[in-house]
Ligand binder design. Sequence first.
Ligand code: UT7
Length: 333
Amino acid sequence: MLKTRAAITAVGAYLPETILDNKTLETMVDTNDEWIVTRTGIKERRILKEPNKATAFMATKAAENLLHKTGLDPKEIDLIIVATATPDMPVVATAAQVITAIGATKAFGYDLEAACSGFLYGLSTASAYIESGRYTKVLLIGADMMSSIVNYEDRTTCVLFGDGAGAVLLEPNNDGNGYLDEYLRSDGVGKNHLGIEAGGSVMPPTAQTVAEKKHYIYQDGQVVFKFAVTHMADAAEQIMLRNELTNKDVQYLVSHQANKRIIDATARRMGIVEEKVLMNIERYGNTTAATIPLLLNDYEDLFKKGDNIVVSAFGAGFTWGAALLKWAYNSKD
Ligand code: UT7
C-alpha cells in the first residue's frame, strides 16, 4: 500500500453579496478603474455588510456550503483550523465559533495566523495530522474580513482587498494522490513593509493609536511586490525541481491572488501557459487567507483525479511558499 497522504476531498465557499466595484471606489478616493485594472487585475471585490457579522460568520457559511455539497455529518469532523488575519476577536478562537455554529460537537479547533500564506501553511498543518494517523477528517478554512482593517481613505490599500471564505475537507488517501510536497519559508523583515502597527501586544490600543489610524493595514507596495515576485516564483520553481516536474506535468497553478502581475511572473518562471494559471482576482480582489480555497472552489469542476496542482502564496511577515497537490477526485463525478 502507498504511503498515507492527506487529500482534499471536498470544497466550499462563501462570498458576501455586496459588490464594491472600481467605479464606486472612484467616488471614494483619488483612483480610477484603468489604474486598478492595469496595476492589479482587480475589477470588483465583495464586502460583508451584515450588522454584527464578521469572519466567523463567513467561515461558518463556507463550512455549511461544504457540508451541504457532501452530506457530511458535522459530528464526523475531528478538527477545524481557521486560517485568518482578521479573527472576530483578538483572544477568542474563530474556529471555536465555527464548531458551535455547525454542530461539530466532536471536534476541536483553533486559528492559524500567517496572513496571506495562512491557508497554505494550514494545508501543511492539516496534512501532518492526517499523515500521522491522528485524525481522519480535518476541515481547513481560510477566511478574512479585510474590510474591517482597511482604511477607505487610503487609495494605496483600499482598492486591493475584499472579504470572503473558503473551506476544504482533508482526509487520508492511499492511492498516491493528495498533498505531496511543500517548500515554506518566513522572514521577519516583512513587518517593516506590510502589517498593522497597533492593537497587538507591542502597541496596545489607545486613543492616540486610533487618532493616528494605526489600526489600519499599511503596505509599502513596491517593496512587497519585489519580495513577492522573487520568493513566490522561487518556491514554485523549487517544488517543480524537487518533484522532477516539467511545465507540461503541471496542470494548474493555484496562487494567492494579490496582484495579477505577481501571479503572471510566477507562471513565467514555471514556464506554464496562461490556461493553466487560475485566477479570480478580478472578481474578489485580495481576500488574504481565503484566496486559495476560493480558487479551488471556483475551479473545482475543472480538476481531474491525478492533476498536479502547484499552490503558492506570499504574505505579511513575510511568509511564503509553494506546495504540490495531486488532486484526488474527479469533481464532476
Ligand atoms: O497579499 C499580500 C502581499 N501583497 C502583495 O503582494 C502586494 C504587492 N504590491 C503590489 O501589488 C503593488 O505594489 C501595488 C498594486 C500595491 C501598487 O502597484 P505599483 O505598480 O507598485 O504602484 P506604486 O506603489 O509604485 O505607485 C505608482 C503610482 C504612485 O504615484 P506616483 O508617485 O508615481 O505619482 C502612487 O501614488 O500610483 C499611485 N497610486 C495610485 N493611483 C491611482 C497608488 N495607488 C493608487 C490608486 N489609484 N489606487
